[in-house]
Structure formats: C-alpha cells, structure tokens
Ligand binder design. Structure first.
Ligand SMILES: Cc1cc2nc3c(=O)[nH]c(=O)nc-3n(C[C@H](O)[C@H](O)[C@H](O)COP(=O)(O)O)c2cc1C
Length: 187
C-alpha cells in the first residue's frame, strides 16, 4: 500500500479533541491542499476560512445547539446530547468552507465535498485528527447567521457549505469498516 492509500485507510472521524492547536505551518499546508481540489469547469466557487478562535467556535456551537433544540424532530438533538452535548467536540480549530451558488444549482455542493475530503486527508497525513461536520450549517440557520458571516469574513454572496474540525485526538478510533457489497466489478 502506498502512502496515499494508507492515509485514506487511516482517516477516521474524531469526536474527542484535546486542547492542542495544530501548528500554523500544518494549517497552511491543509488550506493549500483544500484549494488544490478539482471543481466542475474549474469554477472554484468556494472560500476556505481557517478558524482558530475558540470563543467564536464555541459561540457557533451554542447557536447550533439552540437551533437543534427548537426543531420539531428531536432525534438529532437527542443524538448530540448523548454524544456530550456539543456539535464541535471542543475542536480547537475548524476550516469552514463557504460556497457561492454555481450553475447548475447544487453543483457547488459536489465541489465542496471534494474540497472537504482534501482537507481531511491532508490533515490525516500530517497526524491531525479531523471530522467532516455538516452540523456547522446549523449556526447559520437562525438569526445570528449574518453576525457569524461577518466575524468569519465571508465574501459577499457566499453561504456556509460545511466545516471540517481539526485538532489532536484524545484516543484514535478505527474508521468505519468498508462494506464490500458496495462495489461491483463488471468485466
Ligand atoms: C458530509 C458529511 C457530514 C458529516 N457531518 C457530521 C456531523 O455534523 N457530526 C458528526 O459527528 N459527524 C459527521 N460526519 C461524520 C460521519 O458520521 C462519519 O464520516 C461516518 O460515520 C463514517 O465514520 P468514519 O469517518 O470514522 O469512517 C459527517 C460526514 C460527512 C461526509
């Protein structure tokens, strides 16, 4: 197995971060890997925001929990409460991917996912634990959205795509076991 395949096989979703902040040179390397991602017609309708401000991350977490608690369907709220009651697992750092709507509508989401995967694989290769976090979007679902967009310096016309949490893990978990039935070979 080569280094790339090894990194892919070792990536796991971290839900128990220590306080240690990844070094700036690593965050810069990860941000570079992010914007190296391919995108349809090379549209690059993304903006990568590296957030090291713990107070801001915590504020967004609280707002996300608040939005979840107000939802009619309580299942996600209860799931998060069982997992410790916060959305971002005390991660000291987050890369937020802001997106501008592409044509055809929704195509930007595919680019966003690829970029996010570049982040998590680059991080894993550097020994930095990570988690793809769709719940980041909750912080932008209520009336504090503009406040957060301003604090995070979103470019005009950009919306929250998703986030990737970064840090170091208290204890590494195994990634999911791939389901081999999900592959078909046609010869
Ligand atoms: C688009 C996307 C959004 C996700 N959002 C969350 C999230 O908000 N919170 C969370 O704890 N895990 C989230 N995950 C992590 C998945 O639960 C995880 O990848 C899956 O359970 C497989 O586990 P593994 O990553 O350890 O292999 C997300 C993953 C993806 C790809």
């Amino acid at each position: 197995m080569n280094d790339t395949l090894k990194t892919i096989s070792e990536r796991f979703s971290c839900r128990n971060f220590t306080d240690q902040v990844p070094e700036k040179k690593y965050l810069e390397a990860i941000a570079q890997a992010a914007i190296q991602a391919p995108s349809g017609m090379n549209r690059q309708c993304w903006h990568v925001i590296v957030v090291n401000n713990r107070d801001l991350i915590s504020e967004m977490d609280k707002e996300g929990i608040n939005i979840l608690s107000l939802m009619e369907d309580r299942s996600m709220y209860e799931r998060i409460m069982k997992r410790g009651g916060n959305l971002f697992y005390n991660a000291p750092c987050m890369i937020l991917i802001a997106l501008k709507e592409a044509y055809p509508k929704g195509a930007e989401l595919i680019d966003c996912g690829i970029l996010a995967q570049n982040i998590s694989l680059a991080a894993t290769s550097l020994g930095i634990a990570n988690l793809h976090c769709g719940f980041v979007g909750l912080a932008f679902a209520g009336n504090r959205a503009n406040e957060f967009k301003e604090k995070l310096k979103f470019p005009d016309e950009y919306e929250c795509g998703m986030g990737v949490l970064l840090g170091y893990t208290e204890n590494a978990m195994p990634p999911h076991v791939p389901n081999q039935n999900k592959i078909t070979y046609i010869e």
